[in-house]
Design a protein. Structure first.
Length: 317
């Protein structure tokens, strides 16, 4: 395949990133790089990232303004795929994460810190009885694991694909798309990526594409060994699932986030709401979720405040 053809999506992604940086500046770009790690995110999760990552890996202040959260959500980077649920284009995500890793002020250490933060954040969702919320939670855990321990994530995803093909065909497409979205951290497992592409085509009903993908593997026994798991190649390329419609996901925030999210939402989305004076801040406590690994201690930038003017003193007539 022509390498130039493969680079077209990446070049388009870079042009979009350059346009974003020219419009909003470097601080917005840094927030976007951090937000690129989750496969999807809510405004609350994005606020949590903003609160916890106000310093680079050397402790330098990033000075990311509070308005960067709403600017990012409303930018062309993000598509709203459900109620208060956003996703980034896969090629833009991968390019943003690549630049975050290669930036000397952040590096792999910061990617691992964001992954740990994401794992801590979604821990509360595992307690939900809602299947959609648990799926969202599991997807984010696999994302965090893929960037922290790719071998473990690859094995878990391979096992999940094997189980879905044999027992839960309705979940096959979701899992295959997760593997595809994690192409960058799972680059050391090309067989798993190829298998996921074939299964995604099969689940969508694109039988010719699925057959072509599986034939590329040249497997005589119709079995694939990858990440320590044996995966079965379908004997017949029949449609594996019914068409899947995206379901709305309603997430519950960890309790210590609610005050932070509500206060920051008023400031970010209202635009015309301001606190008057430093005394107003004393009534609020901005909650933080610390990142336990590698002593990633983040500072919090307070929103801009307008000093309250004192009323003119009355003069006796």
């Amino acid at each position: 395949m022509n390498i130039a053809v493969l680079n077209i999506p990446n070049s388009r992604a870079q042009r979009s990133i350059d346009a974003f940086k020219n419009r909003f500046g470097r601080s917005h770009f840094i927030l976007a790089c951090h937000a690129a790690l989750p496969l999807s995110f809510t405004p609350e999760l994005l606020y949590g990232i903003w609160v916890n990552f106000q310093q680079d890996s050397q402790g330098g202040m990033l000075n990311i303004p509070w308005i960067a959260v709403s600017d990012l959500l409303l930018s062309e980077f993000c598509d709203e795929v459900g109620h208060q649920l956003y996703e980034m284009d896969r090629f833009i995500r991968n390019e943003l994460l690549r630049q975050l890793r290669e930036d000397l002020a952040f590096g792999t250490r910061r990617v691992e810190a964001v992954a740990q933060f994401l794992s801590n954040y979604v821990h509360e969702q595992a307690k939900s009885d809602d299947l959609d919320i648990r799926d969202f939670d599991q997807d984010q855990k696999w994302t965090a694991l893929a960037y922290a321990k790719s071998e473990v994530a690859a094995k878990q995803l391979a096992l999940a694909l094997s189980y879905a093909y044999q027992n839960d065909r309705d979940d096959l497409l979701r899992l295959a798309l997760i593997v595809e979205a994690l192409e960058a951290p799972l680059a050391d497992f090309p067989e798993l990526l190829a298998y996921a592409r074939g299964m995604a085509h099969l689940a969508r009903g694109d039988l010719e594409a699925a057959k072509a993908e599986f034939e590329k593997m040249n497997l005589s026994d119709r079995q694939l060994d990858t990440a320590g798991v044996t995966l079965a190649i379908p004997l017949k390329t029949e449609r594996a699932t019914k068409p899947i419609k995206r379901r709305a996901i309603k997430l519950t925030m960890p309790r210590h986030y609610w005050l932070t999210a509500s206060v920051l939402s008023v400031m970010a989305w209202g635009g015309s709401f301001y606190f008057s004076g430093q005394e107003a801040l004393n009534d609020f406590t901005i909650a933080r979720v610390s990142v336990p690994q590698r002593n990633e201690d983040s500072g919090i930038e307070q929103p801009p405040l307008d000093a309250k003017e004192k009323p003119p003193e009355k003069t006796s007539s």
